[in-house]
Design a protein around this ligand. Structure first.
Ligand code: ADP
Length: 490
């Protein structure tokens, strides 16, 4: 990996402002998903070191408070500058460990940076309230204070931005953090820790506890069980989110969960066909379909169905598969063999139940996890591929006749993160936006994420919102203060 600043590549964990190994010296391999090559051997921490990280974070609470809102805003601004200065190196590290095309990695670094900029603006605006008292001897104040030490557990699909979305509001509010990044992509997390230090973050304000897949449960248990940790913010699978939320109940910890989606992408007869196809490509193929807001089910109205399918197929045939650092690559590899096996299982089930594969439909070779853009039609709600998040480059087509049927199909699964639709009818725009049981709706666009917007889901897709004015709420606690003996003079 060629980097301008080789000091950004770290293999130790970051606890209390210092780089540390596991107590027993153990390490695990981080690999390039495109080639299988080993990129680094990273410290494999356990529960004991996690407890130390929690203590370090606890010690940083007072340091963040002493900075004041202006000081925390300045810290976030400096961190954003560091991210900008090192954007190219960060993108290269990300592509190496995650596999996404370099332009997408660059876009993710910029997206992550935007959260530090946004929450630098929010930090001085975490207002409390002075409430008119019910009687003239009282005064009523509502304070908004940091929740306390936060824990974060993040996934591999956005190795940097998923952390930024949690860390930026946490620091803005004055909450130190202990992060356990995904085992596949710890390097991007560690670069963030290095840049936070360079930006002047107090020791212990941002701790990164790295471990492998086998170690995740022990680290997670330590975070969930600790009474010092007052909040867990998790992004990942619905199954693990439910498990962690259950564990957090023992200490009545606050939880924010950003879990799996199963996004419907509706195209109505009156849609702009060209725009719908371009939006579909973005919503489906970004990060090779491995995002929680990836379009999972394409619901197409009968009148535009054939034209949409044929045009999309033509565009899909032009997509280039390859390593993320090769010019012109549109789709990188799937993250690992497990991801590939899931895609294959879902497609087998769809085939068995009568779906037709029009394009793609088989892995590229036996050695790698590259999977081609795949188009399937005749998909029904009974098929697993309709009910489960695919996390791969498969477009499934389902035809509908009218708006009511479209809404019923869209709202069918238990996920409720993000939905998209294309229509030029203004009345339908209001009706459909209101009827979709999702936390986020993209209308005539396939790309909705930005730092100014509250990102999050309903139903089994999660709790809480990240980004926007709402994003700070997850990191502040409300305290009511009542002053007595305040009779007005005279
Ligand atoms: P994905 O399918 O995207 O890998 P996961 O939910 O398995 O989703 O992983 C998301 C994050 O949750 C990763 O950091 C992973 O290590 C972590 N994780 C998985 N299982 C556990 C667990 N039992 N306890 C704590 N963290 C876990």
């Amino acid at each position: 990996m060629e980097l301008t600043d080789s000091g950004l590549l770290k293999a130790q964990a970051h606890v209390g402002g210092t780089w540390v190994d596991a107590d027993d010296g153990s390490r695990f391999a981080v690999r390039d998903p495109a080639s299988g090559a080993e990129l680094a051997r990273v410290a494999r921490l356990s529960a004991t070191e996690t407890m130390r990280a929690i203590d370090a974070a606890d010690g940083a609470l007072a340091k963040l408070a002493r900075l004041g809102a202006a000081g925390r805003a300045a810290l976030l601004t400096r961190l954003a500058s560091e991210l900008e200065r090192h954007a190219e190196d960060l993108a290269r590290i990300m592509t190496a460990e995650q596999g996404k095309p370099l332009p997408e990695s660059r876009a993710e670094v910029a997206y992550g940076r935007a959260f530090f900029e946004w929450f630098a603006g929010e930090a001085p605006r975490i207002y409390g309230r002075v409430v008119p008292p019910p009687s003239d001897d009282k005064r009523v104040l509502v304070l908004r204070q940091p929740v306390g030490v936060g824990a974060a557990i993040t996934p591999w699909n956005f190795p940097s931005a998923m952390i930024a979305r949690k860390l930026a509001p946490a620091l803005a509010a004055g909450c130190p953090m202990v992060l356990k990044p995904a085992e596949a992509t710890p390097l991007s997390a560690l670069t963030l820790a290095e840049l936070a230090s360079r930006a002047g973050a107090p020791d212990g304000a941002f701790n990164v506890v790295t471990t492998d897949a086998d170690g995740a449960d022990a680290v997670g248990r330590a975070l969930c069980a600790s009474p010092v940790v007052r909040k867990l913010s998790f992004t990942g699978s619905t199954a693990v989110g439910k498990l962690l939320a259950g564990r957090c109940a023992s200490t009545v910890k606050r939880v924010s969960l950003e879990l799996g989606g199963n996004a419907p992408f509706l195209v109505f007869d009156d849609a702009d066909l060209e725009a719908a196809v371009e939006g579909a490509l973005i919503a489906k193929f970004r990060n090779c379909g491995q995002t929680c807001v990836s379009a999972n089910r394409f619901l197409i109205q009968a009148g535009i169905y054939d034209a949409f399918r044929d045009r999309l197929r033509g565009r899909m045939e032009t997509l280039q598969l390859g390593p993320g650092d090769r010019d012109g690559t549109d789709l990188g590899p799937l993250i690992d063999g497990q991801g590939l096996a899931k895609v294959e299982r879902l497609l087998d089930d769809a085939r068995e139940h009568g779906a037709d594969v029009l394009l793609g439909g088989a892995r590229v070779d036996a050695q790698t996890t590259f999977y081609p853009p795949t188009l399937v039609e005749g998909v029904t709600p009974q098929m697993e591929i309709f009910r489960e998040e695919i996390f791969g480059p498969i477009v499934t087509l389902t035809r509908f006749d009218d708006e009511a049927e479209a809404i019923a199909l869209a709202n069918d699964p238990r996920a409720g993160l993000c939905a998209y639709y294309y229509s030029r009818d203004l009345g339908r725009g209001f009706r459909v936006s209101e009827a979709l049981e999702y936390g986020m709706v993209g209308v005539n666009t396939g790309l909705i994420s930005n730092a100014a917007a509250p990102f999050g889901g309903v139903k089994e897709s999660g709790l809480g919102r990240e980004g926007g004015a709402e994003g700070i709420e997850d990191w502040v606690e409300t305290k009511y203060v009542c002053f007595g003996d305040c009779h007005p003079t005279g």
